[in-house]
Design a protein around this ligand. Structure first.
Ligand code: GDP
Ligand code: MG
Length: 473
């Protein structure tokens, strides 16, 4: 057909679900990586973007070369499942084309699964259900990386009957929450009934994973071909603002459509107004690796959508996660573009506000109005807001007076010393996923500012809470 010859971009898929359902493990299984095993406490604390080129997907699914795939790849966004990370989840959902909702077959729908479903409904995003951990069915015989129907044929009657009643249970729970679902191999009304794909993400299993990938790269483009048509006008959302020891402040973005180039003039919005800057470098992780992973980046002159990209440019310090990055085209009126950018940002913020879900920067900037409180230092805006959120909701309700991104420097300690003669217990820095520079720790020791560090947001807050409880006794 005529319309089918258009260049398509990679679909963007966001992974959601309750803690421990197997979101990260499933992504590991697809990539052939082991990110999950390396996570502190086994929990995801960052929003990550991974690009899967179509060649790797073909390999992973043992697909014959005559089967056509029209998209160049798949961009997958992994999100944390824990309570404190709800803003990261809504940022992921607001930019994806399709979602993958991971449900543990032995547990069914749980609190964050249901929260995710409501979020998807609000944003009008279609989803596929991965009914994960089928290898946990009693007596399951592993059939590595086989399509699910084939794997089920190899199981005993007992396993098959347990599978059937658990599947029915899950379908009933979806129904109770207002969603019609069916196993994809029986689903005759895929446009209205959501697909369930049984999977196992266990390293030596991987049953159903080929089925899942097929749906994502063959069926998804079929149902949203117009949405996936490559378009020259840039559509780009800021996922994270990072303090990097070597690169300074960088932003992680999801390029949804269009192309970005080194030397492009772009606008980011801040609370103080628009900032116009020039892209110095465009970095992507190696294919199949996470944008967040601290590894070797590839440098690019041009990046085409859809992709997760780290942008290096001056003046990004106050960029706000969740807002758009605007590309200025040659011949554009800069003032007009800046005004339009700010108007769009204000709309985004007020829309988020209605959902009682302010953007990260809004929430975090409210903090500064608090005169007495802790100093928090984190590697990204996303983790910063998770720490602030957890401090607020912990039974101690600890205020935060100031924060910064990137390594802890002498200046940060100086700021924290202000609390010494105001409220001594708040003369502390909670540092997450950042380096503490030598001079900073020397000054802290001299002045009496305590620096707390931990590998999870939860342990960090706990260790501070224990400390003040100790002071009270
Ligand atoms: P997330 O919180 O949703 O990202 O879940 P993780 O990917 O961190 O997985 C939580 C735990 O469940 C880990 O111990 C995994 O090894 C385990 N797990 C995940 N998927 C599977 C699966 O398909 N089968 C089995 N047996 N265990 C799994
Ligand atoms: Mg995870």
């Amino acid at each position: 057909g005529s319309g089918d010859e258009r260049e398509l971009r990679a679909p963007i898929c966001c992974i959601l679900g309750h803690v421990d359902a197997g979101k990260t493990k499933l992504l590991d299984c697809i990539r052939g990586t082991r990110v999950q095993e390396g996570e502190a406490g086994g929990i995801t604390q960052h929003i990550g973007a991974t690009y899967l080129p179509v060649e790797n997907i073909r390999e992973r699914t043992s697909l014959k070369s005559e089967v056509t795939i029209k998209v160049p790849g798949l961009l997958v966004i992994d999100t944390p499942g824990h309570e404190s990370f709800s803003k990261m989840r809504s940022r992921g959902v607001s930019l994806c084309d399709i979602a993958l909702v991971v449900v543990d077959i032995t547990r069914g729908l749980e609190k964050q699964t249901i929260e995710s479903l409501h979020l998807l409904k609000r944003h009008n995003v279609r989803f596929i259900v991965a009914m994960n951990k089928v290898d946990r069915l009693y007596g399951w015989k592993s059939c590595p990386n086989t399509p699910i129907l084939e794997a089920l044929k190899n199981q005993s009657d007992d396993v098959r009957s347990e599978y059937k009643w658990r599947l029915t249970e899950v379908i009933t729970q979806f129904k109770e929450n207002g969603f019609n679902t069916a196993p994809y191999y029986k689903n005759k009304k895929m446009k209205r009934v959501f697909n369930i794909v049984p999977t196992s993400a266990k390293s030596d299993s991987g049953e159903g994973v080929p089925d899942l990938l097929m749906l994502l790269v063959r069926w998804v483009p079929e149902i949203m071909i117009d949405k996936l048509a490559f378009n020259n006008s840039v559509e780009c959302t800021i996922l994270e603002v990072n303090g990097d020891k070597d690169l300074g402040t960088t932003i992680d973005v999801v390029l949804i459509n269009g192309a970005l180039h080194q030397g492009d003039q772009v606008i980011v919005c801040t609370k103080q107004g628009p900032v116009t800057t020039i892209i110095r470098d465009l970095l992507t992780p190696q294919p199949m690796k996470e944008l967040k992973a601290k590894g070797v980046y590839k440098h690019h002159k041009e990046v085409r959508a859809a992709h997760g990209v780290k942008i290096v440019a001056p003046g990004l310090q106050h960029a706000m996660a969740g807002t758009s990055l605007i590309a200025v085209k040659p011949g554009d009126d800069l003032r007009q573009a800046e005004t339009a950018a700010m108007q769009e940002m204000i709309l985004t913020i007020s829309a988020a506000d209605e959902n009682k879900n302010r953007t990260a920067a809004e929430e975090v900037s409210r903090v500064k109005s608090c005169k007495e409180g802790l100093y928090v230092q984190a590697s990204s805006i996303g983790t910063l807001e998770a720490i602030i959120d957890h401090l607020k909701s912990s039974n101690v309700d600890i205020p935060v007076s100031d924060w910064n991104l990137g390594p802890v420097n002498k200046q940060d300690v100086m700021k924290a010393t202000a609390m010494l003669n105001r409220k001594e217990e708040y003369a502390a820095i909670l540092a997450f996923d950042v380096k503490v520079m030598h001079e900073a720790s020397v000054l802290a020791a001299e002045s009496g500012v305590r620096i707390f560090m931990a590998d999870t947001v939860y342990k960090l807050v706990d260790s501070y809470a224990e400390h003040i409880n100790g002071l009270k006794e």
